[in-house]
Design a protein around this ligand. Structure first.
Ligand SMILES: *Cc1c(COP(=O)(O)O)cnc(C)c1O
Length: 396
């Protein structure tokens, strides 16, 4: 079908329909899944568009194109995990290159950067990127790459991408933003000056907790070409079936995000007035220090939040034993609601000291809000909170 005269589609339309009804062989509406690892040459010295699956696969490329469009980039590389996507950027650097990363970045990212630096593959410096002086001092060391993550995990701290990216570029650094927590339905870092956007597609993009995957989207075609080559050299490509599932999940991204963040807002507002809760971290709340930046930089406040219990670790244990409709598990971004205790789960590897510096205490719980009915989520949380203080206090 000719695209001539077709209006430029809204991102929600891209997510729902990119690559639909383009099958030449049978007119299949859902894009076919190509599992083949290798492709027949047309003849002597005549490779076709695809020759070998490590370098390229039609199903994987369709997902890459859809993500590049949604993030406003030139092209994307699909990897076997979010960590593989980050490592694709990191492993391209040399021993003299410095990475400036947030002090409260994703635990796995911190572990990766430290492991690479320990082996002399690059060097890394962690700074509080919301502290202008600390960030400026970091830039004085002339980093090759500045990595930004906002909102942060698990405290949902928000940093202002545009000025950080502008300063980083002025200092000669490339800028990568991990956009996993919001997805392009809510935040588009390339439009704010980023050179690269990194995703764990495991989370919101796939959205159904049944794939581990990652992606990097590059703003300019040269950067994209370079990454594709590097991905082929090191062999970090994701599996075609995973790409197919992720594209299937992506179809409903905008609809899921709308409902999940509306549920999150309701849950955060309800938690904030509960006597068993001492603090709620959600950028949608007026009391959140990042609220103004988030309102400006994001198209919504996302569906992740964390909160602290007044009763300490004992309350955490009772809450986890009694909460309903939330599953105790790591990860996030799926259609089902999850609860995690960062100190003993996602952030256990960080060590007590680094956790204290990042402000992650033992009373903190993180919620990934799903698609369940709002009243059930609140009732389920009430079951947990009511049990926090069995000695008398009846919560909320
Ligand atoms: C989960 C996550 C990653 C790592 O992705 P995997 O798919 O688990 O390898 C990186 N960054 C953030 C912010 C994440 O939440």
């Amino acid at each position: 079908m000719s695209d001539r005269g077709k209006p430029s589609p809204d991102p929600a339309t891209v997510a729902a329909a990119f690559g639909v009804a383009e099958d030449m062989a049978y007119g299949a509406v859902a894009p076919p899944l190509y599992m083949s690892s290798t492709y027949e040459f047309a003849g002597y010295d005549q490779p076709r568009l695809y020759d070998y699956g490590r370098g390229g696969n039609p199903t994987r490329d369709l997902l890459a194109e859809a993500l590049a469009k949604l993030e406003g980039g030139a092209s994307a590389v699909i990897t076997s995990s979010g960590m593989a996507a980050l490592d694709l950027l990191v492993s391209r650097l040399g021993p003299d290159d410095l990475i400036l990363a947030p002090h409260d970045c994703y635990g796995g990212t911190m572990r990766l950067l430290k492991a690479r630096a320990d082996r002399g593959h690059c060097s890394v410096r962690f700074v509080d990127q919301s502290d202008d002086a600390a960030f400026a001092a970091g830039l004085e060391e002339v980093p090759a790459l500045v990595l930004i993550e906002t909102p942060s995990n698990p405290l949902m701290r928000v940093v202002d991408i545009a000025p950080l990216a502008a300063k980083a570029k002025q200092a000669g650094a490339a800028v990568a933003v991990d956009n996993t927590f919001l997805s392009p339905a809510i935040q588009r870092p390339i439009s704010l000056g980023a050179d690269y956007v990194v995703h764990s597609t495991t989370k919101y993009l796939n959205g159904h907790s049944d794939v581990i995957g990652g992606a990097i989207i590059a703003a300019d075609p040269d950067g994209a070409q370079d990454l594709r080559q590097w991905a082929n050299i090191v062999g970090s490509a994701g599996a075609p079936f995973d790409a197919w599932l992720t594209l299937r999940g992506l179809r409903t991204l905008f609809a899921r995000m709308q409902v999940q963040q509306s549920n999150a807002m309701a849950v955060a507002t309800w938690l904030e007035q509960h006597p068993a809760v001492s603090k709620v971290h959600y950028p949608g709340l007026l009391t959140h220090p990042g609220h103004a930046i988030a309102s400006r930089q994001q198209d919504g406040f996302g569906a992740m939040l964390s909160f602290e219990l007044t009763g300490g670790v004992d309350a955490v244990r009772r809450f986890i034993d009694h909460v309903k409709f939330f599953t105790l598990a790591e990860s996030l971004g799926g259609v089902e609601s999850l609860v995690a205790h960062p100190a003993t789960m996602t952030h256990a590897d960080m060590g007590d000291e680094a956790r204290a510096v990042a402000g992650i205490n033992d009373s903190l719980l993180r919620l990934s809000i799903g698609l369940e009915a709002e009243q059930d989520l609140i009732a389920g949380l009430e079951c947990g909170l009511a049990a926090c203080d069995l000695g008398g206090m009846q919560g909320g």
